[in-house]
Design a protein around this ligand. Structure first.
Ligand SMILES: C[S@@+](CC[C@H](N)C(=O)[O-])C[C@H]1O[C@@H](n2cnc3c(N)ncnc32)[C@H](O)[C@@H]1O
Length: 427
């Protein structure tokens, strides 16, 4: 089911099949899309892994059996065929300029080298790499947007440098090792969408030892938040509707508003205390297996008296050498998890390891907004907390059995002797 589009040879022809030997785009999929990077419409039906007739060309290789392309993947790639999602991403200047800056900051590692762009979309990152002097860029995308990417490459006279492969990175063939992988794979709450697994696959298939991955590190954070206005506009609103008492609606309003995680912008003022690092990803060593289920224990000390409405999540990615985030740089008493799972107080002052070399794309509430915004898991009812009150518990993020691109969020938290559980699914 994959196809290749002429590219490197200056063609425009479409090949059927997933093997690439220079000069084309290989294609597969379809997908669902998020009106903003959400998989809400991704249909897909039952999980067909391993048994579906749509399984993408499971090539028999000695030591590599690519994951089959399921109906969910097909829907996922189809959603990325819609130009609107690419327009939204490209117009996110914080995101796109961070990638462009990172590519040019690493020009010495890219010039004259071979690059793979995992999930090239419109081809924008591949073109940045070509502008930075890459000798060859393999621009891989399973969505039909790859056809457009190939047209963009041709229109910019870059067919000698950029080869568009229209297919999954799990299936296409590249007959050489690569020096650099670039990819914009981050979903809401970092891991939603499960695209990092495909970057790992590309790394393990083609990256030379010591090769560069952009971004190189990713960090997912969480923090308790207070957001009285948001609660009021969704719930208290029903108390008086044009003078009519509709407060009987309030239980349903809570369920409708807060059952699922909410992607929205909050500000630093909503955050009750320092964030907790949920997951630290080193893209050069992370495994697909460790992303299937991420668990952490947290312990927060509220810095103010406020109604506590839920937990906010956001992420940073770092291009190049690891950096300490601003949170790490500040003397704080945030909780840290030890290797044996215990939660301890940390009051170390850490320094940015090499501030000149590390470029950070942050989606934190206090930073410039991005299209990822922040993700909030709201409670059905707020918890009143006092200054210095402890909030502790655990979080488990796991791929949904319903659709591995969805994410299950299991939260257990306790404060002032009361214990709560909140389950939600990010679809
Ligand atoms: C978030 S978009 C990024 C697009 C582009 N790189 C940019 O920065 O504007 C991710 C792209 O990766 C593609 N993609 C996701 N998983 C893939 C896989 N396993 N193989 C090939 N393409 C994939 C999607 O179809 C989508 O176009």
């Amino acid at each position: 089911m994959s196809q290749a589009i002429g590219g490197g040879n200056g063609g425009g022809e479409v090949y059927r099949n997933g093997n690439h030997h220079g000069g084309g785009v290989h294609s597969i999929g379809r997908r669902t899309r998020r009106s903003s990077r959400r998989l809400r419409d991704s249909g897909g039906g039952s999980d067909s892994r391993g048994s579906d007739s749509r399984v993408t060309q499971p090539r028999q290789e000695k030591d590599r059996a690519p994951l089959p392309c399921t109906d969910f993947d097909v829907a996922y790639f189809h959603s990325y065929a819609h130009l609107g999602i690419h327009e939204e991403m490209i117009k996110d200047r914080v995101r796109t300029e961070a990638y462009r800056n990172a590519i040019f900051r690493h020009q010495d590692r890219i010039e004259g080298k071979v690059v793979v762009d995992v999930g090239c979309g419109t081809g924008i990152l591949s073109i940045f790499c070509a502008q930075a002097g890459a000798r060859r860029v393999y621009a891989v995308d399973a969505s039909d947007i790859a056809v457009q990417a190939n047209e963009v490459v041709k229109a910019n006279n870059l067919t000698d440098t950029i080869t568009v492969l229209h297919g999954r990175v799990e299936d296409v063939e590249i007959d050489e090792e690569v020096d650099v992988i670039v990819s914009e794979w981050m979903g809401y709450m970092l891991l939603y969408e499960s695209m990092l697994g495909s970057v790992i696959t590309a790394r393990d298939r083609w990256l030379k030892p010591g090769g560069l991955i952009l971004p190189s590190y990713a960090k997912l954070y969480m923090a308790p938040v207070s957001h009285p206005c948001r609660y009021s506009e969704s719930v208290d609103f029903w108390q008086n509707v044009y003078g009519i008492d509709m407060s009987v609606m309030m239980p349903l309003a809570k369920q409708c508003a807060f059952e699922e995680p909410s992607v929205e912008l909050i500000s630093g003022e909503h955050v009750l205390t320092w964030p907790h690092l949920v997951k630290n990803v080193d893209c050069s060593t992370v495994t697909i297996h460790e992303l299937e289920c991420v668990t952490t224990k947290f312990k927060f000390t509220s810095m103010m008296r406020a109604p506590f409405h839920g937990f906010a999540f956001w992420f940073d990615v770092e291009f190049g050498a690891p950096a300490m985030s601003d949170y790490d740089c500040i003397q704080q008493s945030a909780s840290v998890e030890t290797t044996d799972g215990r939660v301890t107080e940390s009051s170390q002052r850490k320094k940015r390891s090499n501030p000149n070399e590390t470029l950070v794309l942050s989606t934190a509430p206090e930073e410039a907004p991005t299209h990822w915004q922040q993700t909030i898991v709201y409670f059905y009812d707020p918890i009143d907390v006092e200054q210095d009150q402890l909030i502790e518990g655990s979080l488990t993020l796991s791929q949904s059995k319903e659709n591995p691109r969805f994410m299950n969020i299991h939260l257990e938290y306790a404060s002032n002797g009361r214990f709560f559980v909140k389950e939600s699914v990010m679809r």
